[in-house]
Design a protein around this ligand. Sequence first.
Ligand code: SF4
Ligand code: SF4
Length: 510
Amino acid sequence: MAAPEFKVPEFREFPTVPALVPGAMAHSKPYVANEKVQEGIGLPGQLVENWEAKAIDKFGELLGKYRSLKVFMDSCVHCGACTDKCHYFIGTGDPKNMPVARQELMRSVYRRYFTLPGKLFPKLVGARDMTREVLDEWFSYFWQCSECRRCSVFCPYGIDTAEVTMAARHIMDSIGHGQKYSNEILGKVHKIGNNLGLPGPALEDTLLGLEEDVKEDTGVDVKYPLDVQGAEVLLVTPSADFFAEPHIESLIGYGKVFHAAGISWTLSSYASEAGNFGLFNGDYNMMRKVAMRIREQALELGVKRIVVGECGHAWRVAYAFWNTLIGLGNNGNDPYAVELQKQLDPRYKEPSHICEFTWDLIQQGRLKFDKEANDSRIITFHDSCNVARGSRMGDHAGGQFDIPRSIIKAVANHYVDMAPETVREKTFCCGGGGGVLTDDLLELRVKGAFPRMEALKHTVDAHGVNFMATICAICKAQFSKVLPYYGFNMRMVGGVHQLVSTAIRLGDEQ
Ligand code: SF4
Ligand code: SF4
């Protein structure tokens, strides 16, 4: 690894509030999307004429549509409870990365155009015109938020900075000032079906290769089926699972679980992406368009269940938004949603997370493990933000924390949690979520990972932890990249189903 052009934060004996370094990250900006990328997903190619007024119009539209945004704009009392809760503030010291300051970037504009004091006495109330300088600041600092929602856990009013960020990004998109990485990915999903732009034949090849590898490794014919009409389960998983390391190890694990349980399943070449970057841009129409591919395929293939693989934001979109976006669940009343409800098996939760699916099978005694196979691993678990704070699993509160840990404990003998203030609902973001997993934001990603790296270091020093499991494709990619900056092996991160894959007993199924 070449020496970085920025200073990697140093581990501290006792975590304290960082010293303020005004402007420390003012230079951090992702690439702006070019005309082709923007127009490819139906957005203006470049900054539109009269963009200032159009941005304010869009802002007004969002305030009218989303009551939460208006409440968030009006209700902050500047109590300071959120100030030191953001991993980007902790890692950079830049005061504009305090959640309250991030909100203020938008609230100052809100005051100017949507409140009487701001219209009459802008300077007195800290109201700002929408200017190029403000837009540049928005582009910089709203792309220094991973929409992780940690700050909202500590806010006495429940103000969700992630929603403020989403609204700001949506406004910028609408005036032709989008972010290259996220919008390029959305374009690939619309055109090809997944974030990586992996076409159907390449996917088929990959899955065939995987079958050969697993056969060689285990001697068992585990299948990784694609586009199988009439399969019981449609598995929708992040496309990184098809080829990236360590993601593919979890895909191998899913296949082994289906095989061992004797449940027919399929992947889809048309709906080959569980991730949904529409969430990151706060654009519900975009989210719907991406999610609709999954409904179309579920109908087309005639499956009875839809299961979502290890991906944090995909699970949040599925759990919290699929009902309104694609009519999955009780809300759907358009003919296709009604047809899908009739088709799906009512005995199962729709959608289900792969961890719920595997845990149910474990509880029924339908999977057997050799836990010793994982004995070389001392494991900890990183809760991913969108699972921890944007969804649930199972039938009890906190299931999204307990189920992955229960699976790990069922398949391995050595498990330790990281410090309580850094896990479960208080978990720290990996530093690469929310659309910032791009090398043009590497400094931000490395510094934003700092609080998680500190917590990890404590478990490494105290317990010899050598494996950090997680159930998010972005966390896996981000940690693989940033772990070496903190002196750890990049292979230390992996999926929960990677651990399942190591220990599961094949070949003795009934
Ligand atoms: S990155 Fe997370 S903690 Fe920081 S401001 Fe955004 S939502 Fe809040
Ligand atoms: S914790 Fe909530 S009310 Fe307090 S400063 Fe932060 S956003 Fe405002």
